[in-house]
Design a protein around this ligand. Structure first.
Ligand code: NDP
Length: 292
C-alpha cells in the first residue's frame, strides 16, 4: 500500500484564497482592513524567516501587516509597553509575538499581556482555558491546520483513535484538545511513555510533534492510518542540508493510508491558519458574521 500524500501546500493556498476573498468583500462592505502585528525580539534566524513569510502572506491576502523587529537586549518592560499599544490600536486585530523570546524574558507573562481577542496564536491562558472547556476561542495555528486537513480527509473524526506524540503547549496539548472536541479517543504520548511503538500502533490518526528527525518508523504505524507529521528538523545528509519530519517518511508511506510530507504538509497550513484567525479576530472586533 502506498499512502495518499496530503498536499498541505495546495490546501494552504486554498485557505489563503478564501481569506483573501473575505478580506476584499469586508473591505468593500465596511471600509475597514484587518491588521496583523508581528513582534520579533532578537535575531534568531529561523524566527526571522517565519516573520518574513508571515508579513509577506499577510499583505498578499489584502490585510495590513505591522512588523516590529526589536533588538535582543530589549527590556521586558519595553516589550510589554509595545504590547499595550498594540492592544489599544484599533487598526490591529491580531498580535503575534514570535517565540522563543530571549532568555531574560518571561514568555508566559508576555503572552498573557496580550488582549485575548487579538491573540491569534491562541496561547493566552484565557484562550487555552476556553479551548479546554469547549468555548469559543482563538485556536493555535499549527494544530488548527492539522485538524482542517484531517476533517477534509475523513469528514467526521468521531470515534477514531488518535495518538498525539508530544505534549507541548503550542502543538501537542491543543492538538489533543481539538481531536477530543471532534470526539476522537485521544492518547497523548511523550518522552516518558512506555512502549511508544505499541501506543502508536493503536492510532487511526497519528500526530507526531516531537522535534526528533525521523523518530517514528513505518512499523509503528497501523496499516491504513492517517499520519500527520508536525516535526520540522534540519539535518545534513550526504553533504546536503535537508528538512525532515518526526516520521520516517519512506517507510511510513508504505503502511499509512494518508500522510503529510515534510516540507509541504503541516508547515504551510500554519501561516494560512494565522491569517484565518486574524480574519476571525477582525470579524469579532467589528461585530461582523464570522466566515465559516
Ligand atoms: P517541544 O520540544 O516543545 O515538545 C516536544 C515534545 O516531544 C515533548 O512533549 C517531549 O516530551 C516529546 N518527546 C521528546 N522526545 C521524545 C521521545 N523520545 N519520545 C516521545 N516523546 C518525546 O516541541 P514543539 O511541540 O514545539 O514542536 C515539535 C516539533 O514540531 C518540532 O520539530 C517543531 O519544529 C515542529 N513545529 C512545527 C510547526 C509547523 O508549523 N509545522 C510549528 C511548531 C512546531 P516531554 O514533554 O516528556 O519532554
Amino acid at each position: 500500500m502506498t499512502a495518499k500524500v496530503i498536499d498541505g501546500k495546495a490546501f494552504a493556498a486554498r485557505v489563503r484564497g478564501e481569506v483573501a476573498t473575505h478580506v476584499a468583500r469586508l473591505k468593500a462592505e465596511t471600509g475597514r482592513t484587518p491588521g496583523l502585528a508581528v513582534v520579533l525580539v532578537g535575531e534568531d534566524p529561523a524566527s526571522q524567516v517565519y516573520v518574513g513569510a508571515k508579513g509577506k502572506q499577510t499583505v498578499e491576502v489584502g490585510m495590513a501587516s505591522f512588523e516590529h523587529r526589536l533588538p535582543a537586549e530589549t527590556s521586558e518592560a519595553d516589550l510589554l509597553a509595545l504590547i499595550d499599544r498594540l492592544n489599544r490600536d484599533p487598526e490591529v486585530h491580531g498580535i503575534l509575538v514570535q517565540l522563543p523570546l530571549p532568555p531574560h524574558m518571561n514568555s508566559d507573562l508576555v503572552i498573557n499581556a496580550l488582549d485575548p481577542a487579538k491573540d491569534v496564536d491562541g496561547f493566552h491562558i484565557s484562550n487555552v482555558g476556553r479551548l479546554g472547556t469547549g468555548q469559543k476561542s482563538m485556536v493555535p495555528c499549527t494544530p488548527l491546520g492539522c485538524l482542517m486537513m484531517l476533517r477534509d480527509l475523513h469528514g467526521s473524526l468521531s470515534g477514531l483513535t488518535a495518538v498525539v506524540v508530544g505534549r507541548s503547549n503550542i502543538v501537542g496539548k491543543p492538538m489533543a484538545q481539538l481531536l477530543l472536541g471532534d470526539s476522537c479517543t485521544v492518547t497523548i504520548a511523550h518522552s516518558r511513555t512506555r512502549d511508544l511503538a505499541a501506543v502508536c500502533r493503536t492510532a487511526d490518526i497519528l500526530v507526531a510533534a516531537v522535534g526528533r528527525p525521523e523518530m517514528i518508523p513505518g512499523d509503528w504505524v497501523k496499516p491504513g492510518a492517517t499520519v500527520i507529521d508536525v516535526g520540522i528538523n534540519r539535518i545534513e545528509r550526504d553533504g546536503k542540508k535537508k528538512l525532515v519530519g518526526d516520521v520516517h517518511y519512506p517507510s511510513a508511506a508504505e503502511v499509512a493510508g494518508a500522510i503529510t510530507p515534510v516540507p509541504g504538509g503541516v508547515g504551510p497550513m500554519t501561516i494560512a491558519c494565522l491569517l484565518a484567525n486574524t480574519l476571525t479576530a477582525f470579524c469579532r472586533a467589528e461585530g461582523l458574521a464570522e466566515p465559516q
